[in-house]
Design a protein around this ligand. Structure first.
Ligand code: GTP
Ligand code: MG
Length: 327
C-alpha cells in the first residue's frame, strides 16, 4: 500500500526546454522560459542550462524530432542534470517516452506549477485543492517511471504483464482517492461559505484584489488595511484568500480579500481546483486588479488575469486597475 501524497524524490539539477514553432512566438517563449526558471528554483532545484528549440514541426512521440531529442539529451547529460523540464505541455505518452529515453525525470510546466502550489499550501482547503489537481494530473501518467505515485515501487519502468494489473489497481486507488478528496473539500468549503455568509449579514461592501502572481496584491492589502499578511518576492506567496476590513475616508467600511495570483499557462485543473477559493472574487462587489508595471511583460500579464477571470465566469464586474511598482 502506498501513500498517494508522497513527496517526489529529490531532483537537484534541471535542464529546461522550450519548443517554439513560429518566429513571432519567440519573445514570449523567452520570457516564459525565464519565468519557468524562477518557478523551478522556487522548488529548490538548480537550473543548470536551458534551450529554446526552434522547430518547423512537432512530432507525436517526443514532441521533437529524433535529432533534437539526441541534442537535448546530450546537453542535459553533459551538464549532469537529473531532471528535464519542458515549458510546453507534454502528453502522458510523450512524458513516458522522454523518461524512458533519458532514464531520468522529465516534467512539464504544469507539474512544476502544481508542485509550487503544493509547497505553498497552508490551509486544509488549499492542501486538498492542490492534492486534487495532482491526483488528476497523475491519473493518465501512472505508467511513468517517475510519477509521484510510482517511485516507491523502486522507480523502475513498470514491467508489462504484472505491471498492467498493477496499473489497474493503481488507477482504482487514485480514483478512490480523488473521490474522497472531493468529498472532504466539499465539507471544508461548506464551512468557509457559512462563515462568509455570516460576515455578509453585516452590509459592508467587499472588494477582491486579483492579479498576476508577484504583482503586489498582498502588499496593497497590507498598506490599505494596516495588516501584515505574508509578502514575498516569489511566485505564489499567497494561496489562501485572506479578508481584512478597512475604513474608507468617507467613514464607510470595506472588506478587502487577497487572492491567489495567476500565471501564464496556468493548468486548467488548478484553475478548477481553486475555483472555490476564487469564489471570494466572484461574490465581491468589485475587483481591484493589481498590475506590475516593472515586469516587462505587463500587457501579457494583464491579459492572463483577464482571461482567467473570464474562465471563472467573472465578466460583468466593475474592475479598478491599479498600476503598481511605479518606482
Ligand atoms: N519596487 C516595488 N516592489 C513592490 C511594490 N509592491 C510590492 N512590491 C514587492 O513585490 C513582491 C511581491 O509582492 P506581494 O505583495 O507578495 O505580491 P502578490 O501579488 O501578493 O504575490 P503572490 O501572492 O505571490 O501572487 C514583494 O517583494 C513586494 O515587496 C512596489 O510598489 N514597488
Ligand atoms: Mg500575495
Amino acid at each position: 500500500m502506498f501513500e498517494v501524497s508522497e513527496k517526489p524524490r529529490r531532483v537537484e539539477r534541471a535542464f529546461l526546454v522550450s519548443v517554439v514553432r513560429h518566429k513571432e512566438e519567440e519573445a514570449r517563449a523567452v520570457s516564459l522560459l525565464e519565468e519557468l526558471k524562477e518557478l523551478v528554483e522556487n522548488l529548490g532545484i538548480e537550473v543548470i542550462g536551458s534551450i529554446l528549440a526552434r522547430v518547423r514541426k512537432t512530432y507525436p512521440k517526443f514532441l521533437l524530432g529524433k535529432g533534437k531529442v539526441q541534442e537535448i539529451l546530450e546537453l542535459a547529460q553533459a551538464a549532469d542534470c537529473d531532471v528535464i523540464v519542458f515549458d510546453n505541455e507534454l502528453t502522458p505518452g510523450q512524458q513516458r517516452n522522454w523518461e524512458k529515453e533519458s532514464k531520468g525525470a522529465v516534467i512539464d510546466r504544469h507539474e512544476v506549477i502544481i508542485d509550487v502550489f503544493a509547497d505553498r499550501a497552508q490551509t486544509r482547503e488549499a492542501v486538498l485543492q492542490v492534492e486534487l489537481a495532482r491526483l488528476e494530473y497523475s491519473l493518465p501518467r501512472l505508467r511513468r517511471a517517475w510519477t509521484h505515485l510510482g517511485r516507491q515501487r523502486g522507480g523502475g519502468v513498470t514491467q508489462r504483464g504484472e505491471g498492467e494489473a498493477q496499473l489497474e489497481l493503481d488507477q482504482r486507488m487514485v480514483r478512490d482517492k480523488i473521490a474522497s478528496t472531493k468529498r472532504e473539500l466539499v465539507q471544508v468549503i461548506r464551512q468557509r461559505t457559512v462563515s462568509r455568509k455570516r460576515r455578509r449579514r453585516v452590509p459592508v461592501p467587499t472588494a477582491s484584489i486579483v492579479g498576476y502572481t508577484n504583482a503586489g496584491k498582498s502588499t496593497l492589502l497590507n498598506k490599505l488595511t494596516g495588516s501584515d499578511i505574508y509578502v514575498a518576492d516569489k511566485l505564489f506567496a499567497t494561496l489562501d484568500p485572506t479578508s481584512r476590513k478597512m475604513n474608507l475616508p468617507s467613514g464607510r467600511g470595506l472588506v478587502l480579500t487577497d487572492t491567489v495570483g495567476f500565471v501564464r499557462n496556468l493548468p486548467h485543473r488548478l484553475v478548477d481546483a481553486f475555483k472555490a477559493t476564487l469564489e471570494e472574487a466572484l461574490v465581491a462587489d468589485f475587483l481591484i486588479h493589481v498590475v506590475d508595471l516593472s515586469s516587462g511583460e505587463t500587457v501579457d500579464q494583464m491579459e492572463t488575469t483577464l482571461e482567467v477571470l473570464d474562465e471563472l465566469g467573472i465578466v460583468e464586474k466593475k474592475i479598478i486597475t491599479v498600476f503598481n511598482k511605479v518606482d
